[in-house]
Structure formats: structure tokens, C-alpha cells
Design a protein around this ligand. Structure first.
Ligand SMILES: C[S@@+](CC[C@H](N)C(=O)[O-])C[C@H]1O[C@@H](n2cnc3c(N)ncnc32)[C@H](O)[C@@H]1O
Length: 206
């Protein structure tokens, strides 16, 4: 199985994450959805079981053109059963590195995706997504971050070890994502911490 493919976690992923984080993972992503304009083209990479589609649909029952890229076939099957209203959704069951994206997007969403990669491998993936976003478009970024607290470090290492064994996740530590956004001259237009600031939700404008 490809590195970082969450097939083995798909059957229990949402239940486990709710058990550990309550609604924080969902709330941190929903917080950023206000940046999706009506009738936008949206790229979602690594959407997992697809609950984000239902959350988007609560705010935009129609008019969106969504491209949903997910490497895991099991996660994809769960996502395809979600209610996405009258929005158009193009499901691509491939790693983002192999997805042929036929258009540029107004919004890209990477929910808890980028922390799966190492500093060595992340820049290539970041560049692919960056190139898919229109100039002036918005990147909705949600991930874990460390603010110097011991409990955060312990939780992060436990999660990375768990998903390394189960899903082949390659990273041992958080990559420097903020540095990549800065290097590509993105502006932070929204920023909020969740779960004792262990989770960061940021809207970046290109
Ligand atoms: C940590 S999970 C997050 C799932 C979901 N976004 C959530 O918040 O519950 C990361 C997801 O990204 C997917 N993924 C990992 N590498 C990927 C890649 N290269 N291209 C597309 N999806 C990928 C995994 O299969 C998994 O579903």
C-alpha cells in the first residue's frame, strides 16, 4: 500500500478521532468554510471519510464545483456516500501527485493532510496544490502544530507512531508548512487555534 494511504484506518477513523478530540477536528475545518464564495471551484485533498462534504453542503447546497482527491479507496467509498446536495463533485481516487487536475481552483482545502509528509517530500506536493490555486484564491489549511507544551508533543508522537504502523505515514515530526506558505508569498487572512492551540486553522490567500 502507498505511504500515507489511510485504508486500514477508514472503518474506525471518525469514531477514534471523535473519541480523542471530540468535535475539534470538525470544528477547526468548519471554521474556515466561510471563505468559500458562492459558485466557487473547490479542490479538496485528503478529505478522509468525507464529512467535510456534508459540512460544505450545509452552507452551499448547490453551485459549487468540487474536485475531491483521496488516495485511499476505502475513504473514497465512504466519501461518495455523503450528501453533497446539488453541488457537482468529481471524485478522484488517486494520490494528488497523480491526479490530473483540469482546471484552476478558487479554493483549495487540505484538512490534516500536509502533516503526513516530511520536509523532504512536502515541497513537491505543496507546489502541485499551489499551482492548482488561482492567483487571489484561498487555501484553507488545518493541521496540528506545537506551541511548546509537553502534552502536545506526547500526543503528536503517539499519533504519528500509530498511523506510521497502520497506514505507513512517513513523517516523525511536523514539517515546516508555514515556511512554505511564506516562501510562496501567501498572506494569512484568517487564523484560529483549536484544542488548546494544538490545531491551527488558517486561510491563506495566494
Ligand atoms: C489524517 S487523514 C485526514 C482525513 C480528513 N481530512 C479528516 O480531517 O478527518 C489524511 C487523509 O489524507 C489522505 N492522503 C494521504 N496522502 C495523500 C495523497 N498523497 N493524496 C491524496 N490523499 C492523501 C489519507 O488517505 C487520509 O484520508
Amino acid at each position: 500500500m502507498a505511504k500515507g494511504n489511510y485504508d486500514n484506518a477508514a472503518p474506525f477513523y471518525d469514531r477514534l478521532s471523535r473519541l480523542v478530540f471530540g468535535k475539534a477536528l470538525v470544528n477547526s475545518q468548519v471554521y474556515l468554510l466561510r471563505h468559500i464564495p458562492p459558485n466557487a471551484t473547490v479542490l479538496i485533498v485528503g478529505g478522509g471519510t468525507g464529512y467535510i462534504l456534508e459540512e460544505i453542503t450545509k452552507q452551499h447546497p448547490d453551485g459549487l464545483k468540487i474536485t475531491y482527491v483521496e488516495i485511499s479507496a476505502k475513504m473514497m467509498a465512504l466519501s461518495q456516500r455523503r450528501n453533497f446536495g446539488h453541488n457537482e463533485v468529481n471524485f478522484i481516487n488517486k494520490p494528488i501527485q497523480e491526479a490530473r487536475l483540469s482546471q484552476a481552483f478558487d479554493v483549495v482545502i487540505t484538512p490534516f493532510l500536509l502533516d503526513n509528509f516530511t520536509d523532504k517530500n512536502l515541497p513537491a506536493i505543496f507546489t502541485l496544490i499551489h499551482q492548482a490555486l488561482k492567483i487571489g484564491g484561498v487555501w484553507l489549511y488545518t493541521d496540528f502544530r506545537l506551541t511548546g507544551k509537553l502534552w502536545q508533543n506526547l500526543m503528536l508522537k503517539s499519533m504519528l507512531l500509530f498511523f506510521k504502523i497502520l497506514c505507513g505515514v512517513e513523517s516523525w515530526r511536523l514539517p515546516n508548512v508555514a515556511g512554505l506558505f511564506a516562501r510562496h508569498k501567501y498572506s494569512i487572512i484568517d487564523d484560529k487555534g483549536f484544542y488548546g492551540n494544538f490545531i491551527i486553522s488558517r486561510a491563506y490567500q495566494k
